[in-house]
Design a protein around this ligand. Structure first.
Ligand code: PFF
Length: 450
């Protein structure tokens, strides 16, 4: 059983750490390119609805389970549903986070490399095509990408090995506000470009003719991914909470911050895309090839590019902390003496598993499984299968395995949620979320024909 379970030092510290887990590559890197490909404003609107109507209740659900359990993810399910097999949700969570960090760290490494490129002056004064080419060269170099991935994992390990309070909470409390401030400056810069309004319209004004079942399913996946839902990360973070924290309100703050960052990312990128006549549907390369062009056109562009890359790296790191934390917490059973050693070993293992994902943009580009390169395969497995599966199981667990009165008791501690709001929350968790996940899942694997 768990020993000396650590706790967050302050309420706001928890919120920043959980927001730090949520806000990452999902909102800053993935959101703009998925929105760019999926029709801009219409995608954003659907994403917003899913985040508020399904993401918020699920986040409250993970928080409730976590704080009630007060222990690591696997033990929590065991504790709340003794003598059952529901600990499988925690096991899936550990597995998911392991795989997730193995490819997440690849993109983290790209940011590290871009930072080096920018600092050495190689990311300025090129044409859009030349930036595209440069990006291709950077991500296909096996030695530097592997090294950069290792650096990203090392940074994660160093912080998480310090523990919850001294490492994750402290780092997130500085990194998250810095991220917001810099993003706002960046957006002001972008919005003052000639022709910026086209880009603003693109991301804010919905054109419903662009909505397809595929866009809708992407929006749901994106909503869960950006909120770190489905992998018991939020269960783990909430296990370090005292009973005085207001769970629904904390979840709402995280949701709002997450939406705000996705919106800021959109507003930072699309004005530039339109002002310079670039394509919004460039895919995963979007942020890496568009922003350098935008920065080139701005006064103090070099300074903004460096600042942006640093905060982008911060955002990715605070998410990576949460992925490794759940694995460390479950394997050490919160025994602080084991934390350091386990964090290092897990970091190393994740790096090894991540090698093929890293190389799949270079020397292993021709190795395809199910017609996908390794990176895409792992991304697909995590984002489209494991996370929705985790979210589905958690909703079922909450609906049928935790007695209703105990759930109500837990949520009510620290909040003043009434019976009606509680019933509505449970209704969504019990019926709406599972149906939405199953529909989207069947659609994603091609079993639904709309
Ligand atoms: N929310 C993170 C992001 O948007 O980058 C990714 C993530 C972290 C997903 C942790 C799932 C998770 F368990």
């Amino acid at each position: 059983m768990s020993q000396q379970q650590e706790q967050w030092k302050s309420k706001i510290g928890f919120i920043f750490a959980a927001a730090g887990s949520a806000i990452g590559l999902g909102a800053i890197w993935k959101f703009p390119y998925v929105a760019g490909t999926g029709g801009g404003g219409a995608f954003f609107l659907v994403f917003l609805l899913f985040t508020l109507l399904l993401g918020w209740p699920l986040l409250i659900g993970e928080f409730t389970v976590g704080r009630k359990g007060q222990t690591d993810a696997i033990s929590t399910y065991r504790k709340l549903a003794p003598n059952t097999n529901w600990a499988i949700i925690g096991k899936i969570g550990v597995f998911t986070n392991f795989l997730l960090l193995s490819f997440y760290s690849v993109v983290g490494g790209w940011i590290v490399l871009y930072l080096v490129e920018a600092l050495t002056g190689r990311l300025s004064g090129l044409s859009q095509e030349a930036y595209g080419q440069r990006f291709g060269e950077v991500i296909s170099n096996p030695t530097s990408t592997l090294l950069a991935q290792l650096i990203f994992i090392l940074l994660t390990v160093i912080v998480v090995a310090q523990g919850v309070q001294k490492g994750i909470e402290k780092a997130s409390k500085i990194m998250m506000p810095a991220l917001f401030i810099l993003f706002v400056i960046l957006v002001i810069r972008s919005l003052t470009l000639d022709g910026a309004m086209e880009g603003v319209k693109f991301i804010l004004v919905p054109d419903f003719t662009k909505l397809s079942s595929e866009t809708i399913s992407f929006a749901l996946g994106q909503a869960f991914f950006t909120l770190s839902i489905g992998a018991s990360v939020m269960v783990t973070y909430a296990s370090y909470l005292p009973k005085t924290q207001n769970l629904p309100k904390s979840a709402l703050s995280i949701i709002v911050m997450n939406i705000a960052i996705a919106l800021l990312a959109g507003l930072a990128i699309f004005p530039g895309v339109f002002a310079f006549g670039l394509e919004p549907n460039a895919g995963p390369v979007l942020i890496f090839t568009v922003l350098p062009v935008v920065f080139d056109q701005l006064p103090f562009g070099f300074f903004f590019l460096i600042s942006f890359l640093i905060l982008f790296l911060f955002a990715a790191l605070t998410s990576a902390f949460s992925m490794i934390e759940i694995i460390v917490a479950t394997l050490t059973k919160n025994d602080q003496k084991k934390r350091k050693k386990y964090t290092w070993i897990i970091g190393l293992l994740i790096f090894i598993v991540g090698v093929p994902s890293c190389l799949s943009y270079g020397v292993m580009a021709d190795y395809k499984i199910f017609d996908r390169i390794f990176f895409d395969l792992i991304d697909y497995l995590v984002s489209n299968i494991l996370l929705p599966l985790g979210a589905l199981l958690i909703s079922i667990f909450i609906s049928y395995k935790v007695p209703k009165n105990e759930l109500f008791e837990e949520i009510r501690q620290g909040s003043s949620i009434g019976k009606v709001a509680f019933a509505l929350w449970l209704f969504i968790i019990k019926y709406i979320t599972p149906i939405a996940i199953i529909v989207v899942f069947l659609d994603a694997i091609g079993l639904l024909d709309w």
